[in-house]
Design a protein around this ligand. Structure first.
Ligand SMILES: C[S@@+](CC[C@H](N)C(=O)[O-])C[C@H]1O[C@@H](n2cnc3c(N)ncnc32)[C@H](O)[C@@H]1O
Ligand code: SF4
Length: 390
């Protein structure tokens, strides 16, 4: 087992808790905000970076949200200069999430100049009526325009986020969104079925009987996604994630070259620092969660301490079970050796009967070196993963 206690953390997540307007379905911690609070947040974030920088050598950085692209040029410059000063530049993969309404040529250039080399853009749909239905602040035209700005600024690694099974979305509308999004030629595609998160307007509308959930239609949409992405040359490497591959391989156990390395680290149970309000971190076996309140977050940091609301250290077997469950979301599943070096446990011992059961159900494959869910198993990945929790 690798000595995870001594090593420097190689992955950094930063949460930016602001959005121009809250979307109907979204439960991520974010809110519309004034320039003053955003400035205060930037100052606090720089301090939080200073607090963790000594134990950090990031190979991947991910600014998510919220809407990181909502920060203006001056605010981004302060953040990026701090990252530079703290010797945290040089990550192999540095991703910033963008909303198509807040991409500009100046901002794209600044990000690129400081080593941001991957953009993840929230598109959700290319149907005007559905964009409106979801409470998105951008039009379909802005998606095309922003994609073009990003390409011109030199971003050659772009992800597009799409959602399916949106209330009112027909199979036909989904097909044309997929085709148009794929035609943009991005390197990566993420596509999740709508999740009805408590405390969102969409959840309230569902409970009020304003529409029904059609599971069969959602399955048909997922099938379209998997098929159309494959025909367009993407390789599926996780339930909802598809990437291009520089050296296409038919081997399921490999991960495509344009996969999101930051997320692969999560799914493989790696450590990461999580900064910003509501961010979670996982360092030296301890999971932490920052306060989901920007004012409180700033107050804590201004007093010179981290803004951690809770922390939890799982016993090693429980931690290994969670790691097993996460890794099964990937098409490559778990190589037994990698699992052992990440957790200290052998999947073939502790989880032998669970793996046998999944193979018997026709959900999984077991080889000499790997255990992985097949296409059917990936659809029921949550149920399969639960069997590995201890
Ligand atoms: C933080 S957002 C992406 C960046 C930016 N905030 C935006 O929306 O344009 C992350 C992604 O999570 C997905 N997402 C958020 N809430 C979801 C939900 N309730 N169901 C399914 N997908 C969701 C969306 O695809 C969204 O693009
Ligand atoms: S989906 Fe993105 S833009 Fe919409 S509220 Fe959530 S974080 Fe903000």
């Amino acid at each position: 087992m690798s000595d995870f206690r001594a090593a420097r953390v190689e992955s950094l997540y930063v949460h930016v808790p602001f959005c121009a307007h809250k979307c109907e379905y979204c439960a991520f911690y974010s809110e519309p905000s004034s320039g003053e609070l955003i400035n205060r947040y930037v100052t606090a974030l720089v301090r939080e970076l200073e607090l963790v920088a000594g134990g950090l050598k990031p190979h991947t950085i991910f600014f998510g949200g919220g809407t990181p692209s909502l920060l203006n040029l001056g605010q981004w410059e302060r953040v990026l200069r701090a990252i530079e000063r703290l010797n945290l530049l040089g990550a192999d993969e540095f991703t910033v999430e963008c909303n198509p309404a807040t991409v500009s040529a100046d901002k794209a250039k600044l990000l690129r100049d400081f080593g941001v080399n991957r953009i993840s853009m929230g598109v959700q749909s290319l149907d005007e009526a559905l964009l409106e239905r979801l409470g998105r602040v951008h039009s379909r035209e802005m998606v095309f325009k922003s994609f073009d700005i990003l390409r011109r600024a030199g971003f050659d690694n772009v992800n597009l986020d799409l959602m399916f099974a949106i209330p009112g979305q027909t199979l036909e509308v989904w097909r044309s969104t997929l085709d148009e999004a794929i035609a943009l030629g991005s390197e990566h595609l993420s596509s999740y079925e709508v999740i009805y998160e408590e405390d969102t307007p969409l959840y309230a509308q569902l409970n009020a009987g304003e529409f029904d959930v059609d599971e069969e239609l959602a399955c048909a949409m997922y099938d379209e996604l998997v098929q159309r992405a494959a025909v367009a040359g993407f390789r599926q490497y996780e339930i909802a994630n598809f990437a291009r591959d520089a050296a296409p391989s038919l081997q399921l156990s490999t991960i495509p070259s344009r996969a999101c390395r930051h997320n692969v680290n999560y799914w493989r149970g790696g450590s990461f620092h999580g900064l910003g309000p509501s961010a979670t971190g996982y360092v030296r076996g301890v999971r932490t969660k920052n306060w989901s309140n920007t004012q409180l977050y700033c107050e804590q940091i201004e007093k010179g301490r981290r803004a951690i609301e809770s922390s939890e250290e799982l016993v090693p077997l429980a931690r290994a079970g969670e790691t097993a469950a996460f890794g099964l979301r990937m098409v490559a599943g778990w190589p037994f050796e990698a699992f052992q070096s990440a957790t200290g446990y052998d999947l073939r011992q502790e989880w032998a009967s669970d793996m046998k059961e999944l193979v018997q159900r026709g959900w999984a494959q077991h080889s000499d070196t790997h255990f992985r869910l097949n296409g059917t198993g990936l659809r029921f990945a949550d149920a399969a993963a639960e069997m590995f929790l201890r």
